[in-house]
Design a protein around this ligand. Sequence first.
Ligand code: ATP
Ligand code: MG
Ligand code: FE
Length: 336
Amino acid sequence: MLVLGLETSCDETGLALFDSKRGLLGQVLYSQIQLHAEYGGVVPELASRDHVRKLIPLLEQLLLQTGVIKQEINAVAYTRGPGLMGALMTGALFGRTLAYALNIPAIGVHHMEGHLLAPLLSNNPPQFPFVALLVSGGHTQLMAAYGIGQYQLLGESIDDAAGEAFDKVAKMMGLPYPGGPNIAKLALQGDPKSFDLPRPLMHQALDFSFSGMKTAVLTRYNKVRGQGREADLAASFQEAMVDTLVKKAIRALKQTGLKQLVIAGGVSANQLLRERLESELKTIKGQVYYAEPALCTDNGAMIAFAGWQRLKAGQQDDLKVTTTPRWPMTELQPPA
Ligand code: ATP
Ligand code: MG
Ligand code: FE
């Protein structure tokens, strides 16, 4: 089955073609970073309009790049939620209409299930059951995953998401968006032990809190401003963040008795997080899995792949276009 995946939940327009026999055939991605840069955050209306502008040219580019003709596509998967209502509408309408025109099935996909399943596209995919640490721009969650659509929430952030904290810390240090990769790069030149930052909620089993950590960085930054300590501060912040994520992930493995950990979402591209988890999990005979960096952040491939998990079971949506801007992942069901 050849599935076209469409991602438009926020500020990235991502399209991909996934073939159930041959794997990922190709993907194209357009990021709106430049468009929103002058406003200091994503402007929903501008995001929607830009998705509309980019969807058709990107589809044409994807077809050209993969040598596929439209009529060969067997199904369309689009992001149904969570995300910005207007942005979701553009991809959903485009996908649903294209499927109708081609007389093929369409399915709406949960964006976070897309992130969670992306590591299954790698050469060494994990098998259910596993614990998933979802760390992205809008989510920080620990989930026990028992199968497609069988997710149990173990813990989550009570305030900022991990990626959001990276982005906010980067912003106050004058680094461009997205903050995660820029903090990680600067941290390479710094000493992670130079600032002693708090690890909030360590006493609480599996929930996270990053707002206080972010404020602590701001306080330190204001104290040492102009002294050239940015790299040290970036390294110390990344250390505190990784330390917290690793400890909670291991706690979740112990609590569930599971040995496999899957990390997904943009922050799972972080090299220190990957290395630390690899070495720590060795000591408890566990295994960590993640997607290649381009499939950690938003992309159409994860949507095509997550859609296929349900399409292959015969599941599809009716002609009504549904978007669900707020959509807890635990509401998902196994493929019908
Ligand atoms: P959500 O998926 O929750 O709706 P999103 O789609 O905006 O949010 P993603 O695209 O999964 O989030 O990830 C983007 C986030 O990942 C940004 O906050 C970015 O700073 C962070 N990120 C990307 N690369 C890295 C990295 N190497 N280290 C740390 N953080 C990173
Ligand atoms: Mg984005
Ligand atoms: Fe995302």
